[in-house]
Design a protein around this ligand. Structure first.
Ligand code: ATP
Ligand code: MG
Length: 234
């Protein structure tokens, strides 16, 4: 999976539609302080599902929307789209038929984010898994933000383990394990609910059995009475 293009629209300092092409080899972005270089890295983290406004260097998620200048009004929505080349067919099964994968995230003021993969609305979890399987994601070692190298050097062994696991490409498996554990828990709850229902039905069955026996007794007695009455009449 190779990133080919990033479209930014209304995201942070990119008020207008801007497209960055990522050609083969290394891509560098240079520019003066405050021109928006880190905003492009933020855009990458955001499209991969970053949910923390702090990680986006803001207070609320709406802070990623262009907030206007003295000469330009603010935007009402921000969008990032990324085009991924999947010719090597390494995407998760669900999307592996496609040679090109387009992932889009959109946010409108005071509304939550919407995610799309190939123009279909998907859950944030689907986007997480897509990138986790490619050993990428907003909090992985594949994105090293300004000042982070220093943090990495001083990281604890457990934090380093996370980095090694990402490098080994098993982050996707971890995400799936968590999802499977949740499913297992809900299946267990359903099972115990079923056991309760079966017990209630068994109790009801016992009562019904008693009632059937009584009804049969009643029928026999009633038949006996009828026969006696017939004998008396005769
Ligand atoms: P440096 O070289 O100092 O690291 P940089 O090129 O990485 O700089 P960024 O941090 O990407 O710069 O961009 C900062 C600029 O983005 C600031 O001028 C800030 O005002 C602007 N900015 C951030 N969020 C928004 C927003 N929501 N609307 C408009 N501008 C924004
Ligand atoms: Mg920067």
């Amino acid at each position: 999976m190779e990133f080919k293009k990033i479209h930014l629209n209304g995201f942070k300092s990119f008020a207008e539609k801007t497209v960055f092409l990522i050609e083969e080899g290394l891509t560098g972005i240079v520019g003066p302080n405050g021109c928006g270089k880190s905003n492009i890295v933020d855009a990458l983290k955001w499209i991969m599902g970053e949910a923390s406004p702090k990680e986006m260097r803001g207070k609320a998620m709406d802070d990623v929307i262009f907030n206007g200048t003295t000469i330009r009004p603010q935007n009402d929505l921000a969008e990032i789209e990324i085009n991924i080349d999947n010719k090597n067919k390494k995407a998760p099964e669900l999307f592996n038929d496609c040679e090109n994968i387009e992932v889009k995230r959109k946010i409108e003021r005071e509304k939550s984010s919407t995610y799309y993969i190939n123009n279909k609305v998907v859950r944030a979890k689907d986007v997480h898994l897509l990138f986790a399987d490619a050993s990428s994601g907003p909090n992985t070692s594949s994105i090293v933000a300004q000042g982070q190298v220093h943090k990495l050097i001083g990281s604890k062994p457990e934090e380093r383990r996370v980095l090694l696991e990402e490098a080994a490409g098993i982050t996707g498996l971890h995400a799936r394990r968590h999802e499977s554990e949740l499913k297992l828990k809900s299946a267990e709850q359903n099972l115990s609910r079923l056991e309760d229902i079966i017990k209630t039905h068994k109790d009801q069955f016992k009562t019904l059995e008693k009632q059937v026996k009584e009804a049969e007794k009643y029928k026999t007695v009633r038949d006996k009475i009828k026969n006696l009455e017939i004998t008396i009449i005769k």
